[in-house]
Design a protein around this ligand. Structure first.
Ligand code: NAI
Ligand code: MG
Length: 492
């Protein structure tokens, strides 16, 4: 269970190892980006473009092509014709192409990290130490599977699904692209991928990498646009599989849209994870884990530990320590290596978070925010804690997707299991205790796709990830992630 890229780097010890501040000049962002279709960058047929901005400064970074239905059709046709070549290629050769992508991601890691931070607002330390290294790891991991599928599915005839339409969100832009593209390619599928409209840049740099890696044209197509472009992918009749990560609302739209079409889907949707501290837990470690759990990436994390449950006898101590720790978090310029909490990804997302802060206060919860000064420009939010929260409160039930933590107390194991499971979601959970038996009991009773014990937010390419209930279905990562892109036949 070797774990790399854990978030322990963040917030404390990382500070002394961080190299010189990154500068924008290390990243060459073009004024305009086109659609990557059939191995070439093509102008959008509808001649429309939209801007992507830096949410920390509100400055425009680039003009991005908007794909309409005709562009989507072009991309799907390219992917369909490439499917013949790619699916029949000797698996070892497919693996070599994916390895090449992994290596090129590593070579351009510094630039990719800077662009990720400029376009999306996350702290450079996170892009550099987490997002981009894990992107490389994903491509390496799935490259290794390409010629070993017979071991993944012994005695079965394994076939790729065909053309995969992949729609990804803005919280981990390049990482989500890697999660989607790497297993699809390893299993012989071809891809039409759409990044989110606020963070298209790293996916477009990945398109450059894919072009340079000389993948056969059409194997990966990367097209940009907003919800309408995504819907055109979902509704295209020649798509065989939809892989979506994003809001539960759009996930439900997609489920309705593909009903009866025979399209396969994996949906990775929202979350409202419980982080549970028992009175026998190492409290300082738990407090640090809770801070990481909710403030990593400004809380724009589907598996963020957004609901804290503390056993009554340690409640006061935990809340006091959390408040003290909140004051030390640095909020501001994402390009500064010391920043803990960067910019909120968009004005729309900031409005949503602020809406929930008001709702929380109105519901009678007590709001505590750090006293940090926020930058005058850009979209920022103070790290926030709500106490005196009721289980039925909206702030305790709905995904806020920002740096906002609710805290409740509990007495018994049964009570906390009941509360932890009492939301429409079931993506992740965290348990802090000294007792192995308690961990065991919790992990079998918590309805969550991943349960972290005495840690939080640990990811690696070998582990399957996905949700229960309205958090979606299907698993990505590891062997299970391959299963989402193949169909098996049984030879008797
Ligand atoms: P969203 O679900 O609208 O966007 C995610 C992706 O879906 C984007 O690429 C978007 O262009 C695309 N999309 C939008 N409408 C579509 C449609 N009808 N058909 C196909 N694709 C479509 O999420 P949004 O509006 O950016 O964020 C709203 C809330 O969703 C957030 O506040 C958060 O609660 C949640 N969210 C959750 C994520 C997660 O990882 N669980 C990621 C992003 C958002
Ligand atoms: Mg942007």
């Amino acid at each position: 269970m070797a774990r790399n890229n854990t978030l322990k780097l963040k917030f404390d010890s990382a500070r002394k190892y961080a190299p010189a501040p990154e500068s924008r000049s290390a990243a060459k962002i073009k004024d305009q980006y086109e659609l990557f279709i059939n191995g070439k960058f093509e102008k959008p047929l509808g001649k429309k473009y939209f801007d992507t901005i830096n949410p920390a400064t509100e400055e425009k970074l680039s003009r991005i092509a908007e794909a309409n239905e005709a562009d989507v059709d072009k991309a799907v046709k390219a992917a369909r014709s490439a499917f013949g070549v790619w699916s029949k290629m000797v698996p070892k050769e497919r693996g070599k192409y994916i390895f090449r992508i992994a290596r090129m991601v590593q070579e351009r890691a510094r630039e990719l990290a800077i662009v990720e931070t400029l376009d999306g607002g996350k702290p450079i330390r996170e892009s550099r130490d987490f997002d981009i290294p894990v992107v490389g790891n994903h491509f390496f991991y799935y490259a290794g599977w390409a010629d070993k599928l017979e071991y993944a599915f012994p005695n079965r005839n394994v076939q790729p699904l065909g053309v995969a339409g992949q729609i990804i969100p803005w919280n981990f832009p390049l990482l989500m692209a890697a999660w989607k593209i790497a297993p699809a390619l390893a299993t012989g599928n071809t891809v039409v991928l759409k990044p989110a409209e606020t963070t298209p840049l790293t996916a477009l740099l990945l398109a450059e990498i894919i072009q340079e890696a000389d993948l056969p044209p059409g194997v990966v197509n990367i097209i940009t646009g907003a919800g309408a472009t995504g819907a055109a992918i979902v509704n295209h009749p020649d798509i065989n599989k939809i892989a979506f990560t994003g809001s539960t609302d759009v996930g439900k739209i997609i489920q309705r849209a593909i009903a009866g079409t025979g399209k396969k889907a994996t949906l990775e949707l929202g979350g409202k994870a419980a982080n549970i501290i028992f009175d026998d837990a190492p409290i300082d470690q738990a407090v640090e884990g809770v801070i990481n759990g909710i403030f990593f990436n400004q809380g724009h994390v589907c598996c963020a530990g957004s609901r804290l449950y503390v056993q009554e006898s340690v409640y006061k101590e935990v809340v006091r320590k959390l408040k003290d720790r909140l004051e030390t978090l640095i909020v501001g310029d994402p390009m500064d290596k010391n920043t803990d909490i960067g910019a909120i990804n968009s004005k729309q997302q900031l409005d949503q978070i602020n809406k929930y802060l008001k709702i929380g206060v109105k519901e009678g919860a007590e709001m505590y925010q750090s006293s940090v000064d926020l930058p005058k420009k850009g979209f920022f939010c103070r790290p926030t804690i709500f106490t005196n929260v009721a289980q039925s409160n909206r702030i305790s039930q709905e995904e806020i997707f920002g740096p906002v933590l609710t805290i409740q107390t509990f007495r018994t194991d049964d009570e906390v299991i009941e509360k932890a499971n009492n939301t429409p979601y079931g993506l992740s959970a965290g348990v802090w205790t000294d007792k192995g038996s308690k961990i065991f009991n919790m992990t079998i009773k918590l309805r969550a796709g991943v349960v972290w014990a005495n840690t939080f937010n640990q990811f690696d390419p070998t582990s399957p990830f996905g949700g229960y209930k309205e958090s979606g279905y299907g698993r990505e990562g590891g062997l299970h992630g391959l299963g989402a892109y193949v169909t098996l036949s049984n030879v008797v």
